[in-house]
Design a protein around this ligand. Structure first.
Ligand SMILES: Cc1cc2nc3c(=O)[nH]c(=O)nc-3n(C[C@H](O)[C@H](O)[C@H](O)COP(=O)(O)OP(=O)(O)OC[C@H]3O[C@@H](n4cnc5c(N)ncnc54)[C@H](O)[C@@H]3O)c2cc1C
Length: 393
């Protein structure tokens, strides 16, 4: 029997990893990317959970050295106390018995390079770079894609991984989504510092801002700082001196001799929840499907959980000789992933709102709850499992 054909659109981390994962099934995979260099130049980093690290391990594409995945055995949360001092309110430790880390940090550029190299080397995925898809059109019972003109390939299934701001998704899915802006921008950069045993991920809840210090080696730490848009607009300039000064001020409590080794990147922060996951042989995936605030470091973790579900469902259907683009199959994927993504996204949004309280009484009440939870190991285990594996139902 002829192999079924799948087309993956988008060369971000979602598109790359989805193409590699599904190429291991009995399928023909085409990957069509826009500008693939965007990632290689980025300074962004991503924290992934132990469970997702184990999922990636099964793909056998990385060496799994500390250069690719830097382990963090602790996570500490702080609030800003009086006189610009920080108070530690929560600590989560790795599970020593089960050898589980709290998280692993990966640099988007390093991971993207590995994935692209793997795709080019193995030759099992047909890679079309620097192409922008402008539409998806029917081709008999199957689907084709359109660049400037129609492409002749016919696909059983098209997976759109074109990110949260894609014109293609907006036209095809008629913008059926719930979306709102946090009125914030994420500022990301990487700093070099004196050698330390750098295995603690730190998150500081400042007044209306969140600053994360995420280790990527013993001498390098990634900074992710969410700041109100008006502040960024006021101080963003060519040298970003004011913003850099503030980063130095906050990091000096934990890191010594800080130097900026990359530029600063900015990204508007939104919440996006799609109502519809699929339509006629087309499935949405990655940031095209859901976007959450980075405070919980869960956006890509949600994508990897979706991918594990998709891989398992498609594998079963291919073994049964079924058409993988059939609406019952896409509905099964959607039924499994949509409810848990919905609750997870709302949960992260709730957390974000709790950390945006302005009233002192509400802040004190929130901090009291967190310090109480910090003493309860049972609750901590639940939180660890939720961050590690997401919701299972
Ligand atoms: C500051 C910040 C910190 C984060 N930290 C974490 C974290 O710690 N942990 C975590 O799990 N997640 C994190 N995330 C989320 C994570 O970065 C994203 O979920 C992840 O990068 C997935 O992106 P994507 O590939 O779906 O979309 P994108 O990165 O937007 O990629 C989309 C790609 O599609 C291409 N494209 C668009 N239109 C077309 C077209 N018509 N034809 C062809 N190609 C097209 C684009 O060129 C682009 O390459 C963070 C996000 C931010 C902003």
């Amino acid at each position: 029997m002829e192999k079924q054909k799948i087309c993956i659109i988008g060369g971000g981390l979602t598109g790359l990893i989805t193409a590699i994962t599904l190429s291991k099934l009995n399928l023909k995979v085409d990957l069509i990317t826009g500008n693939i260099n965007q990632y290689i130049k980025s300074n962004r980093t991503i924290a992934i959970s132990q469970n997702n690290y184990d999922f990636l391990k099964k793909l056998k594409i990385f060496k799994f050295s500390k250069k690719e995945f830097w382990p963090c055995s602790k996570m500490k949360l702080y609030t800003e106390a009086k006189k610009k001092e920080f108070t530690e309110i929560f600590e989560l430790n790795r599970d020593k018995k089960q050898k589980k880390q709290i998280l692993y940090m990966m640099e988007n550029s390093i991971i993207a390079k590995y994935l692209i190299r793997n795709i080019k080397k193995k030759n099992i995925i047909s890679l079309k770079t620097h192409k922008k898809i402008s539409g998806i059109i029917p081709s008999g019972l199957l689907k084709s894609v359109k660049f400037k003109s129609k492409d002749n390939s016919k696909y059983n299934l098209i997976i759109i991984c074109t990110g949260s701001n894609s014109h293609l998704v907006k036209t095809l899915f008629n913008d059926q989504s719930f979306e709102y802006s946090y009125g914030e921008v994420s500022i990301t950069t990487t700093v070099k510092h004196s050698f330390i045993k750098n295995n603690v991920a730190r998150q500081i809840f400042l007044n209306n801002e969140i600053l994360a210090l995420l280790p990527i080696s013993n001498t390098k730490t990634s900074i992710v700082w969410s700041v109100k848009k008006d502040i960024v607009n006021k101080y963003k300039n060519k040298n970003n001196l004011f913003l850099k000064k503030r980063i130095k001020f906050y990091t000096k409590y934990f890191l010594k001799k800080v130097k900026f080794v990359t530029g600063i990147e900015y990204k508007n922060l939104n919440l996006l929840i799609r109502k519809k996951y699929y339509q006629d042989r087309v499935l949405l995936f990655g940031d095209a499907l859901h976007v959450v605030h980075p405070l919980a470091g869960q956006g890509f973790n949600m994508v990897l959980r979706d991918l594990a579900s998709l891989e398992r469902i498609l594998k079963n259907k291919i073994n049964l000789g079924l058409d993988i683009g059939g609406s019952e199959i896409l509905s099964e994927v959607s039924n499994e992933t949509q409810p848990r993504n919905f609750i997870y996204s709302l949960g992260i949004d709730f957390l974000k709102n709790c950390f945006s309280f302005q009233k002192k009484s509400l802040k004190d009440f929130r901090n009291k709850i967190i310090t109480t939870l910090n003493k309860n190991n049972f609750v901590k285990d639940i939180l660890f499992n939720l961050a590690d594996k997401g919701f299972k139902f």
